[in-house]
Write a protein that binds this ligand. Structure first.
Ligand code: CMC
Length: 442
């Protein structure tokens, strides 16, 4: 017997419906399931039942390694070919020709803005860079040596208490307002957390400067009347921001969508996404790379370190990716940006070790077999360090631009009629029902 699944019917290029036939060997029944955009609907497997009253077959996929959780029109990655595109535009072209705020507009609204729209967008963001004074006081209450990323996560979450209208997630105007506020204020929160960590007074935004120029001013201005950002530095950070703006369904974006699917306000969801980014397997990797290179200490010790990684005693931080199975295109651009930065700052001594590590790893069977290549975090930390940033702030530098991607993905999720509250199933492996034993008999 052939039973038909409920997936949306799709045809291949010749107009033929694409399906898969599954035989359930427990019952001998056959099921024809639709294939839509190269996927089958996990829910279609529920009709495979071994006996009357059976719940139906589920799919098991720890870490969502082969599960599409949404349909998205924002970012496209081809991991085999090392391709990354935002809304159809190659990352190389955006890094070379666009600006971070223009790219942010593209990610949020779907198309590149015209000159008038870009000006209005830039102006709107510029007008919202200040934090409420109570927010500043709240940040001042953190421990003197608090990790800036912990401060960032906590402060973004606290924003929901200042903008109570943010809970109206189904109101497009509210979504717009919170989008602008978040993009405008995350550099201020990041800079305050950096200054706090150094014991320096917070610097208020200077709205005469560009998005990145103002951020640098809030980081580094001292007693001068106006901070003048170095254009090479300003451009390098702008490019790094473009490269980090979105990366489809990674761990933190998945957190944004998953938490946001409960229809909580976007500040709480963004804080959850930032917390996910903080981990060393994700946005914390650039911090881990610097610690690793510092520990290696000298080019001559690289072979010994690689041997140690291959014997399973540790990871080569900044290498490997769930999706990229060839060179991460962002790493290639960062490597080029690094040359421009080092021309200005002088070389970072860790660069020599990184280059040697990359050279040896890319020739080694262990890394070749597993398709492990440098990812975005391998070189970004080296640039940040050359620019004078302490390692603790690295994940925060990632979180500022990624806020744009989180918001674009959150908005798409809210507007998608097919999306539901994120609620995975489980395979229960605990004990069968048993009787409660009073404490004196245990
Ligand atoms: N060093 C050494 N071995 C590695 C590494 C690495 N960096 N990454 C993966 N492997 C090995 C892993 O041990 C496994 O080997 P085996 O097949 O013998 O068990 C194989 O390669 C496949 O790895 P996996 O852990 O199944 O791959 P994954 O897709 O689950 O993990 C990853 C992806 C990025 C978490 C992982 O490659 C990793 O931990 N890399 C280091 C941390 C890092 O650089 N993270 C930044 C990622 S890019 C930016 C971002 O997302 O924020």
């Amino acid at each position: 017997m052939v039973q038909t699944g409920k997936g949306t019917r799709t045809n291949n290029q010749d107009g033929v419906r694409e399906t898969i036939t599954v035989t359930d060997n427990r019952t001998g029944r056959e099921y024809e399931l639709d294939i839509t955009d190269g996927t089958v609907r996990a829910r279609d497997f529920r009709q495979l039942k071994a006996y009357e009253g059976d719940f139906g077959l589920m799919v098991y996929d720890p870490g969502f390694a082969n599960t599409a959780s949404c349909r998205s029109a924002i970012t496209h990655i081809n991991g085999e070919q090392g391709i990354l595109e935002y809304r159809g535009y190659p990352i190389e072209e955006l890094a070379q020709r666009s600006s971070f705020l223009e790219t942010a507009y593209l990610l949020i609204h779907g198309d590149l803005p015209g000159a008038g729209a870009l000006e209005a967008w830039t102006e709107e963001i510029r007008m919202h860079t200040y934090l409420h004074e109570s927010m500043k006081q709240m940040m001042e209450a953190f421990q003197y040596d608090a990790h800036p990323m912990g401060m960032f996560v906590g402060s973004v979450a606290a924003m929901s208490t200042f903008y109570r209208d943010a809970k109206n997630v189904n109101d497009p105007q509210s979504r717009h307002d919170q989008t602008i506020r978040l993009i405008a204020k995350v550099p201020t929160i990041a800079a305050f957390s950096y200054r706090h960590n150094l014991g320096k007074p917070y610097v208020y935004p200077d709205n005469d400067l560009s998005y990145v120029g103002n951020f640098l001013s809030m980081l580094w201005k001292m007693s001068e009347p106006q901070y003048k950002p170095n254009p090479t530095l300003e451009k390098a950070i702008d490019v790094l921001f473009i490269l980090h703006a979105d990366h489809e369904q990674n761990c933190s974006t998945n957190a944004m969508r998953s938490v946001g699917s409960s229809e909580v306000d976007p500040y709480s969801a963004t804080a959850a996404a930032a917390a996910a980014l903080y981990g060393p397997l994700h946005g914390g990797a650039n911090e881990a790379v610097i610690r690793m290179l510092t520990e290696i200490g000298d080019k001559s010790r690289v072979p010994q370190f690689v041997k140690h990684v291959k014997s399973g005693e540790g990871l080569l931080w900044g290498f490997g990716h769930r999706i990229y199975k060839s060179y991460d295109p962002r790493a290639a651009i960062i490597k080029r940006t690094a040359d421009e930065v080092f021309e200005m700052t002088g070389p970072n001594p860790l660069l020599e070790i990184a280059l040697e590590l990359e050279r040896i790893a890319l020739e080694d069977e262990y890394f070749i077999e597993r398709k492990l290549y440098p990812n975005v975090d391998f070189y970004s930390g080296i640039i940040y360090q050359a620019l004078g940033f302490p390692v603790d702030i690295f994940p925060v530098l990632f979180a500022i631009p990624r806020t744009v991607g989180w918001l674009a993905q959150w908005r798409e999720m809210i507007e998608d009629p097919e999306q539901k509250i994120a609620r995975p199933r489980q395979v229960f492996v605990g004990p069968e029902r048993r009787a409660y034993v009073p404490i004196e008999r245990r």
